[in-house]
Design a protein around this ligand. Structure first.
Ligand SMILES: Cc1cc2nc3c(=O)[nH]c(=O)nc-3n(C[C@H](O)[C@H](O)[C@H](O)COP(=O)(O)O)c2cc1C
Length: 178
């Protein structure tokens, strides 16, 4: 099974990257795992969308390759970061690579609400007619005050239980529809 990770933060020491790293490391021998590079994707405009952008093509190929996509996002001003929305906008044009793709959404923030508003907005975006991903229902994992759940640059084992449980529900879902 091919699992693609998308991290909505490009920050060097990103907590959301640390959350993604936890799953990528734990399941590296069970699944084919990749992370899509979204940092250098140009800002979407209809004026440039037909031009040749190898980085956009690679990102679209990564989504096509995946049996399931895990999105780990911070919250920026109560919503999802522009870099993540930009990646999804590119993927909603042309071949529409997210169509019918199972998606798991999670995220971390240093605030009390653990990216809940960003995740809510992201769920809405993933339902848009150009995206039409299948955000697997019932999967909700939030990491409030994430800074307290990190030790030595890693997500603490005792803080990862819900993440692991929900990820396993996600891969079971993919198995059952394959
Ligand atoms: C532009 C900006 C807006 C932010 N808005 C929110 C917010 O609405 N809610 C929240 O909980 N944290 C917010 N934060 C704080 C983030 O939770 C924090 O920067 C977090 O570390 C970002 O995730 P990362 O570590 O993966 O980069 C914001 C941070 C930035 C830079």
């Amino acid at each position: 099974m091919n699992i693609l990770f998308v991290v909505g933060s490009t920050r060097k020491d990103s907590y959301n990257q640390i959350v993604a790293n936890y799953l990528m490391d734990k399941y590296k021998d069970n699944y084919n795992i990749r992370q899509v590079e979204i940092k250098e994707i140009p800002m979407f405009s209809e004026d440039i969308e037909k031009m040749n952008w190898p980085i956009v093509e690679k990102a679209r190929e990564d989504v096509k390759w995946a049996d399931g996509v895990v999105i780990v996002t911070p919250e920026y001003n109560y919503s999802l970061p522009a870099v993540l929305k930009n990646f999804i906008d590119w993927c909603s044009r042309g071949e529409r690579v997210f169509m019918d793709k199972p998606v798991m959404i999670t995220g971390a923030s240093i605030g009390y609400w653990g990216s809940i508003r960003a995740q809510g907005d992201l769920r809405r975006v993933m339902r848009a007619s150009g995206v039409k991903a299948i955000v697997v229902p019932g999967i909700e994992v939030y990491f409030p005050q994430i800074q307290d759940s990190i030790e030595d640059g890693k997500l603490r084992e005792d803080k990862a239980k819900s993440l692991v449980k929900n990820f396993e529900i996600f891969v079971d879902y993919i198995e059952n529809i394959k």
